[in-house]
Design a protein around this ligand. Structure first.
Ligand code: 5GP
Ligand code: MN
Length: 318
């Protein structure tokens, strides 16, 4: 049985990090654990959180300005937590994880087989934030910690809509809300609200989307010219894959954007009949059954053809 207090006993330094291009669950779980450990350890323990710059919408999370760049650390810490990913997706923080005395991996991705000396991997959990909640002493959760965990949960469940939402998720959310923050505003400002430019790109991606497999697949792409035109960052594209999936009749949506010439970051969303984690893993990525991603090279048509073959095969088998 994993006991957080036992795992960090005697540590002079603790590091926390999550995946590259951090999403709501990654930022929420890392910041919640950071706030908690700062509060629950003494002055003899230095706690640090390392992440790529989170999107502005997460500015509401307490002490988010204390996030450090991995380059700032000279020595790996005694204990390192990798959250919401396996170590290969930690980016620059990977070397800190690899060098740490105790490596703890907490994740809910089905594609993660555990890369720590201690692993808390549960693909049935809605989010890594839900897993972190389970590990904390409930009496020591305060409003700021609750807010960070709540943000993580709403982002990974699509505000309690996706099928990863369990009765347990809702009970946890109820407990978090009892801390008395403005949950309604938090959902609006961190999940639904978009900038004008984000909405424009989203509209364009929907307008230019193409159906395939007789309407059971849909794909849209944003190339580098469009990214440059709108001066858009990858974070500005969040939510487009799910919107495409909302098309009636579609079993699998593919959204991709060009990161380099003929290199595409692919996001997939699916219904019960297509396991996109399996497809993404085949192409070197990973994720969940209904939401996964990978990076692929080739022309737009190569990428779509390669993915479409796998989607079609799964649909035939289903
Ligand atoms: P998104 O499409 O929103 O970027 O990601 C959907 C899910 O797939 C998330 O849980 C994310 O962590 C995972 N994912 C996306 N891209 C990759 C990837 O390149 N590698 C792995 N292992 N997981 C990914
Ligand atoms: Mn997650």
């Amino acid at each position: 049985m994993f006991q957080l207090s036992e795992e960090i006993k005697g540590a002079g330094s603790i590091g926390i990090s999550g995946h590259i291009r951090p999403d709501g669950d990654c930022v929420g779980s890392c910041m919640a654990l950071y706030l908690y450990l700062k509060k629950c350890t003494g002055p003899e323990t230095e706690v640090s959180v390392y992440l790529e710059q989170p999107a502005d919408i997460f500015a509401q999370i307490a002490d988010i300005s204390e996030i450090k760049q991995p380059d700032a650390a000279t020595m790996p810490p005694d204990v390192f937590f990798a959250l919401d990913c396996e170590s290969s997706r930690l980016g620059k923080a990977e070397r800190l994880f690899d060098g740490a005395g105790r490596r703890i991996n907490i994740d809910h991705h089905i594609s993660n087989s555990g890369c720590g000396t201690v692993n808390v991997i549960d693909p049935t959990a809605s989010s890594t934030s839900e897993l972190v909640y389970r590990l904390l002493d409930k009496d020591r959760i305060d409003t700021e910690i609750a807010k960070a965990l709540y943000i993580g949960i709403i982002h990974d469940t699509g505000v309690f809509q996706y099928s990863n939402t369990s009765p347990e998720t809702l009970r946890i959310a109820a407990d978090l809300v009892s801390h008395g923050f403005d949950f309604s505003g938090l959902i609006q400002e961190t999940f639904y609200e978009k900038t004008y430019v984000q909405n424009q790109i989203m509209g364009r991606a929907l307008l230019e989307s193409i159906l395939f497999l007789h309407g059971r697949g849909i794909v849209s792409v944003v190339d580098r010219k469009v990214m440059d035109f709108y001066n858009a960052a990858p974070q500005d594209l969040d939510g487009i894959a799910s919107l495409l999936k909302n098309t009636r009749g579609v079993e699998c949506a593919i959204f991709m954007y060009e990161t380099d010439a003929m290199v595409y970051k692919v996001s997939m969303r699916s219904s019960d009949r297509v396991d996109v984690a399996q497809i993404a893993s085949y192409f070197g990525g990973g994720g969940h059954k209904k939401a996964a991603g990978c990076t692929m090279t080739g022309t737009f048509h190569d990428v779509v053809n390669n993915l479409s073959l796998h989607i079609e095969r799964q649909l035939e088998e289903a």
